[in-house]
Design a binder for this molecule. Structure first.
Ligand code: PEP
Ligand code: MG
Length: 580
């Protein structure tokens, strides 16, 4: 049966392939023997988990309202499976008889049931084993106290190109883990369009739809799916006519992309001959190839933390040196801006927590990024020394994320001085005139930009976080994604203030957030005075084309008028006109 799901358009393009359901890794559970006095408690824990999942299913069904009845029927089936004594009662007997943990009991029973299903001749009935697995996964996740956590385990030898990863959630480290598998696309139930997961999808140049709510529950393994990442739509089991229509659209997009690639060796110069610098954002050294291939003039943002996500401990200075060395060498003399670790919000070295175990309820406002680096001086020194050491091998700049206070900038500069003098002491060469820049990601930093201009060589505006903190919208929460508005007048005021203040004192300012890679916004930003844009490599050709078709002298008065508007919808309208 064919059905359509709507989510958030996280990464453009069309993919057609088979669903590859990512297991929540919960079915690999440990066997624990419990004491006789704990048995009742364990049974109660099992019942509570069942009840929680049951009410989630019920809520999902009522949320669907008038949605297609086949989807409702699907949820009903899962409710039935959950209520079946084979799954709701037999595991309780297993807990009592074998004195084992609830996770183990339900997985044992599931395996028994699945083995029985596998012997059935009827395909329809045999396929119900998928449903049993899905329901059990959900219960086990609940038992583990991590209903939303996922862990990607890709079967070895699987060919990615024809597969569409379907997951409840994917953390940035999950995506990094399967980056080399070259999947056609991925879709998730949760996540916002500027979450790091979405950014990675765009960086990989694959279509993605996030915030689908129940895709993981509604889609079966191996079903055919069309992902329309531009519209945020998923079509499951499309009929032949729809499939043909999308195949045509897909090849049209491929033709357009290859036309844009022809711009690679041309300069990004406006019609009135203003030279614009287009740089790439990268997550690991191997991304340099795509950056150069796209015609980037350098790397404007190297998000170093991505190389080490999920590994469990802090990389040593030498390990970091080696990783940065690879990237700097691959750049063949082109400039590269290396950002110090931005760990502690959604990006962790440890899969469950930070390596320092300081998990908090509100990590975006907590000990994240430079705050974490300053709190761990030894680790920070290791990173600064590693970056300084590679500065001798190419054109390297240092970028510091999330700064907000004057004393923080001073502490950071002092830490850099300390790293430099320890290298001098050890007679280790580095670029003595290396530049250090600050990211403008916090409204306080944008408003008090003078603090930065007096202390730093350059600025880079991180619009992803700047929007999140200005509008108080969690960038990875799909429930509030409709309020995440890059064109909110408050955001535009901050951008204009930073760009024009920096221009007055001749401090270079770049933009490396997702706004820089959105061709619909290029003219607005050019009119505000932005001359350096850093984005995922796949976006560079489209932005270059926009730059080449723009006349800044014409844009300046129009953008000034736009800046007087107070409503995002009116601003949006004017920007559409600016692009026509
Ligand atoms: C930003 O916040 O805009 C940015 C570029 O940093 P990140 O997306 O890595 O948080
Ligand atoms: Mg940021």
């Amino acid at each position: 049966m064919s059905f359509t799901l709507h989510g958030l358009a996280a990464s453009n393009g069309i993919a057609i392939g088979q669903a590859h359901l990512i297991s929540q890794a919960t079915l690999e559970v440990s066997h624990l023997v419990i004491s006789p006095r704990m048995v009742d408690k364990e049974v109660a824990r099992f019942e509570a988990a069942l009840e929680q999942v049951r009410s989630e299913f019920a809520a999902m069904k009522s949320e669907m309202g008038k949605s297609p009845t086949d989807i409702a029927a699907f949820i009903d089936l899962h409710l039935m499976i959950l209520a079946d004594p084979e799954l709701s009662e037999v595991p309780q007997q297993i807990i009592r008889e074998r004195r084992c943990n609830a996770e183990w009991a339900i997985v044992q029973q599931m395996e028994f049931l699945v083995a029985q299903f596998d012997q059935i001749d009827d395909t329809y009935l045999r396929e119900r084993s998928y449903d049993v697995r899905q329901v059990v996964e959900r219960v086990v996740r609940e038992l583990a106290g991590r209903p939303n956590n996922s862990s990607v385990k890709i079967p070895k030898g699987t060919k990615g190109e024809n597969l569409i990863v379907v997951a409840h959630d994917l953390s940035p480290s999950d995506v990094m883990a399967f980056k080399d598998q070259h999947f056609a696309s991925f879709v998730t139930d949760v996540g916002g369009t500027t979450s790091h997961t979405a950014i990675l999808a765009r960086g990989m140049g694959i279509p993605a739809v996030l915030g689908l709510h129940n895709a993981r529950q509604l889609i079966r393994d191996k079903e055919t799916i069309i992902v329309d990442g531009t519209r945020g739509v998923l079509i499951v089991n499309p009929d032949v006519r729809v499939l043909e229509e999308y195949e045509l659209k897909k090849s049209q997009i491929e033709i357009d992309r290859s036309k844009l690639k022809l711009l690679k060796s041309t300069r990004a110069t406006t019609l009135d001959r203003v030279k614009i610098d287009l740089l790439a954002n990268i997550e690991e050294p191997s991304d340099v190839a795509a950056a150069l291939e796209s015609g980037a003039e350098g790397v404007g943002l190297f998000r170093t933390e991505f190389i080490f996500l999920g590994r469990g401990d802090m990389p040593s200075e030498d390990e970091q040196f080696e990783a940065y060395r690879k990237a700097v060498k691959a750049m063949q003399g082109k400039p590269i801006t290396i950002r110090t670790f931005d760990l502690g919000n959604d990006k962790h070295l440890h899969s469950e927590d930070t390596i320092w175990g300081r998990k908090r309820d509100n990590p975006a406002l907590g000990l994240r990024s430079i705050r974490l680096s300053l709190a761990e001086p030894d680790s920070f020194q290791a990173q600064l020394r590693a970056i300084l050491r590679v500065s001798k091998l190419g054109k390297v700049k240092i970028l510091i994320p999330m700064l907000s206070h004057a004393h923080q900038i001073d502490q950071t500069l002092a830490a850099l001085e300390q790293a430099k003098s320890s290298l001098r002491g050890g007679k280790i060469a580095f670029d003595e005139s290396i530049e250090i820049g600050g990211m403008i990601e916090v409204p306080a930093a944008a408003l008090a930009v003078g603090l930065f201009l007096r202390r730093m060589h350059f600025l880079s505006i991180g619009t992803n976080d700047l929007i999140q903190y200005t509008l108080a919208i969690d960038r990875s929460d799909e429930q509030v994604s409709n309020l995440y508005e890059p064109l909110h007048p408050a955001v535009l005021m901050l951008l204009a203030h930073v760009i024009s203040t920096a221009e007055k004192v001749n401090v270079p300012v770049s933009m490396c957030g997702e706004m820089a890679g959105d061709p619909k916004l290029t003219r607005l930003l050019l009119g505000m005075g932005l001359r350096e844009f850093s984005m995922h490599p796949s976006q560079i050709p489209a932005i270059k084309q926009k730059v080449k078709q723009s006349d800044i002298s014409e844009l300046i008065p129009i953008v000034r008028r736009i800046m007087r508007l107070e409503e995002s919808s009116k601003i949006q309208e004017q920007i559409e006109r600016l692009n026509n």
